[in-house]
Design a binder for this molecule. Sequence first.
Ligand code: ATP
Ligand code: MG
Length: 558
Amino acid sequence: MAELNLAPNFIQNIIEEDLKEGKYSSGIHTRFPPEPNGYLHVGHAKSICLNFGLAERNRGLCNLRFDDTNPTKEDTEYVDSIQEDIKWLGFSWGDRKFYASDYFGKLYEFAEKLICKGLAYVDDLSAEEIRAYRGTLTEPGKESPYRNRGVEENLDLFRRMKAGEFPDGAKVLRAKIDMASPNIVMRDTVIYRIARAEHHRTGNEWCIYPMYDFAHPLSDAIEGITHSVCTLEFEDHRPFYDWLLDALDFDVNTRPRQIEFARLNLTNTVTSKRKLRQLVEEGYVRGWDDPRMPTICGLRRRGYTPASIRKFCEEIGVAKGNSLVDVAMLEHCVRDDLNENADRVMAVLRPLKVVLTNYPEDRTEYLLADNNPMHGGSRFVPFSREIFIEQEDFMEDAPKKFFRLKPGGEVRLKHAYIIKCEEVVKDEKGNVVELRCSCDMDSKSGGPTSGRKIKGTIHWVDAKTALKAEVRLYDYLLETDADGNVPADFLDGLNKGSLEVLEDAWIEPSVKLTAAGTHYQFLRTGYFVVDPDTTPDHLVFNRVVGLRDSWAKAAQKG
Ligand code: ATP
Ligand code: MG
């Protein structure tokens, strides 16, 4: 199980109070309840870390429960991906994987029990009429003409609904509460509907399905959940949660209680499965795991590590008020992790050929280079007469403060020699295609002139041995206003330049045969990960993040 250092939060305080009062003597029990209608995103990661984290911290248990009560939108593809993503994040539900659909039989019995107590009725109003009768925030609702059916009639009709005697939408089962309640959820919430839809687990066994508001509290109660943590939009549903458990005689001292927290909102990011599905289905991205997507699988492919996502979830904390978190903070967390754990290598993203005119033609030497200052380790990097440097590390008409390579100027090659630009070779259009430089053969590390004061140091790769690679650079998928908010119609904010593919990048040969998911820092250009598109003769890298940490800077200042 992953280690998590959840900061003290108001939910932990509630749990401690409950324990002090002697409630829940058989232990704390939480659950993560995804609906399998899409892939998990970074917002779900917050909920996963919170639910599994609370259980761990209180030596309790956390269940995985698929909230699969809406068969038309759900699929086993999502069931599988959700499990993979939770495991990858580092959490384990042990043998406690459940489905709300496991409880369809029990839920049906609970519904009959409500009917028998006179607390539920079959309503023949159409969906539209129910909406019209419901009233508004300022006006009370109106009672349905079917509201006062007797228990026998309701039982009979409900059984016939189950038996498939009525068409879809012809009838619903409703809780009988209070059409004048100031809380609209309490105005006789619908708890069962007729829908002839094949369910991914129960097939065609059922033609009536419980509604979320009914299935959720009861699934919690059936599993012995103590603290049912959910996002703020369910605050208005809590009175119904409690009403239902009261109505069905669950003991107040052991039954679950619902606690709401603020969902994660991130700048430049949408965290709604519906919108993410739209991006996938309408082809704005390559799939759910496109490295620009805020899905867990997208973040994974982008090169985020589980530890960095867990760290982020710790840092943002848990609060009761909605807020917008700067995506730079998420980037900061992965940068921190990779800074410590990724080996550093040299790669040239946009190559410019450099010929070292005085370097022997047939010589290759191997220069010692350190892998990571925090972990140590080193390797040998080949060096010979022809190398590539970054196009932007050379400037023909350079300003005074340009300390990289310019005509007649000198620069130090990282781990290697000092070179001087003697000649600029251009093609017929005037583009610079090659530099001819001299090499100070005494300036290698430990050499007599290695200590010469040279302002700039640049990275390079040896042309003869470097591996060609495709490098994919990413920008935010969505642009925002100055406050970081995505436009109301989020597609208006699509950033057309969110993917840049560099086909002609060159990487030092030490990265040969590395597996997808391996991380590197490319000196001076950022953190990168090997993409699963990589084959033995075609290397593909994704840039995870650049090196500059705007978040850490702002935090220092602020
Ligand atoms: P979406 O709006 O993306 O479809 P959802 O709430 O419908 O999300 P569920 O599968 O029902 O998705 O979510 C499972 C759990 O994750 C719920 O408890 C939900 O409250 C929580 N969750 C979903 N989105 C966020 C978020 N942005 N921040 C924190 N928790 C979230
Ligand atoms: Mg939901």
